[in-house]
Design a protein around this ligand. Structure first.
Ligand code: NSS
Length: 433
């Protein structure tokens, strides 16, 4: 009789029954009469016990062939056991080897350097820490969809191959048949604006690409961004949506994935208080504070990573820095009527020095001013004809933002570097595996 196979996470409803569990070996030990193996199946760990006198000689011999990462199917009776990892144990009656694993399995239970681990990322993913991060990422991705679905936003998938440049940062380009260069999207925003004029409240959720030659712990060349765009929202409405969104994601992770956060040794008390409203600082105010703290960043420049850390050091919440000088920001941001040297925008800085998590703005809705900014930035107006049409035909007040998924994960999980926040990170010097 073949038994239905069960995942480790489903064992609580199988106590007293015989089941088959499939997975990979993490540890083995034997006293000669009793042998133990611990199996990992992606949902948890399961300790399995073989008693020599209770299994066939074949099964006992097969146990001796097990090594780290051998894949197996183990059959036995499920018992509750408070001492076992996960709280259940399997009394083994049968053991089948699915795939052997030679003794040179690269990742051993010892310290490995980060480059070695990244070279073996395809195997490193099997560790409990990486499972915890991947589980939290998946929870947040579901949370993102739920948050916008509950608020009646349409999800719009925008192109990755594009002809117009969206941001100032580096571009990846490729030849596109007879059409000239295609650029890998740095943002879905410009298309999001067209969609907002069509459908009101939308968001995009997809990969974005930046050929940035920065080797910092906060930069990937490929990262995922969530970009809502809302017709009739101004900059103030935009910031309200941001603080609700970020608070929702943090509370969702706490509610559903506290076990994984604990596995990562995250200090949960730092996340529990993340609720609106978040403090707001005008850019000019922020520069004054920075100068008092010893920074030399002049008025007019974007804030650097060190500046951001100095600002958030005074707060336990994410902090908005609003209304930057025009020259520090992208062409599409709306001029601030109260101070035309600045634009109506915000950066949301994560607590604990995790850096800028969101960039958002109210969009320039005046045709002439937008065209002027496109020309000033040295961009080709012909490539933006369709984008200018959004101001030509029924222009509208609108605002939106982009939340960087990996930076948000790094902060929530307490990861020192973005490279662990995505399964296969892409960085300046890393294209493999
Ligand atoms: O350049 S942003 O500040 N803004 C935009 O792209 C706008 N078009 C968004 C919008 O208004 N719809 O990037 C937004 C966020 C930023 O705050 C980071 O969290 C993240 O995207 N970001 C990155 N994450 C990882 N690696 C890199 N290189 C990176 N660049 C930005």
């Amino acid at each position: 009789m073949t038994l239905a196979s069960t995942r480790v996470s489903g064992l609580s409803s199988e106590v007293g029954k015989a089941v088959t569990v499939r997975g990979w070996i993490t540890t083995v030990r034997s006293s000669g009469k009793v042998a133990f193996l611990v199996l990992r199946d992606g949902t948890g760990l399961l300790q399995c016990v073989l008693v020599k006198s209770a299994v066939t000689q074949d099964v006992w011999d097969r146990f001796a062939q097990l090594s780290l990462e051998t894949s197996v199917a183990v059959t036995g009776d499920v018992r509750a056991d408070a001492r076992a990892p996960g709280g259940y144990e399997l009394g083994v009656t049968d053991l089948a080897i699915v795939g052997t694993s030679p003794l040179d399995y690269p990742i051993q239970p010892k310290e490995h350097g980060i480059d070695f681990l990244l070279d073996h990322r395809h195997l490193w993913l099997r560790s409990p820490r990486q499972r915890a991060i991947a589980t939290i990422r998946s929870e947040l991705e579901q949370g993102i969809q739920d948050f916008f679905y509950q608020r009646d936003f349409l999800r719009v998938d925008t192109p990755i191959l594009t002809a117009a440049i969206g941001e100032r940062s580096g571009l990846f380009s490729t030849e596109y048949f007879d059409e000239g260069s295609a650029y890998l999207a740095q943002t879905g925003q410009l298309y999001g604006e067209a969609a907002a004029a069509a459908w009101g409240k939308i968001y995009t959720f997809g990969p974005t690409f930046r050929a940035e030659k920065s080797k910092t712990r906060r930069h990937l060349t490929e990262f995922w961004m969530i970009e809502p765009e809302v017709a009739w929202n101004d900059s103030n409405d935009n910031m309200k949506l941001q603080e609700q969104f970020v608070s929702y994601l943090v509370q969702r992770a706490l509610e559903k994935r506290s076990a994984e956060l604990t596995e990562l040794e995250r200090d949960l008390t730092k996340l529990e208080g993340i609720k609106p409203p978040f403090p707001r600082l005008e850019y000019t105010e922020a520069i004054d504070i920075l100068h008092r703290k010893g920074s030399t960043t002049p008025w007019g420049d974007d804030l650097g990573a060190e500046d951001e850390s100095l600002i958030v050091a005074d707060y336990d919440l994410p902090v908005f820095v609003m209304n930057y000088p025009k020259e520090a920001k992208a062409f599409y941001m709306k001029e601030n009527p109260a101070d035309p040297r600045t634009v109506l925008c915000d950066d949301l800085l994560a607590p604990e020095g995790y850096g800028e998590m969101i960039g958002g703005s109210q969009r320039e809705d005046d045709y002439d001013r937008l065209l002027k900014r496109i020309i000033e930035e040295g961009l080709d107006p012909a490539a933006y004809e369709w984008y200018l049409d959004l101001r030509r035909y029924g222009t509208f007040v609108h605002a939106g933002f982009g939340l960087g998924l990996e930076r948000t994960i790094a902060w929530i999980c307490g990861l020192p570097h973005l490279r662990e926040a995505i399964a296969f990170p892409r960085m300046m010097h890393r294209l493999r595996p």
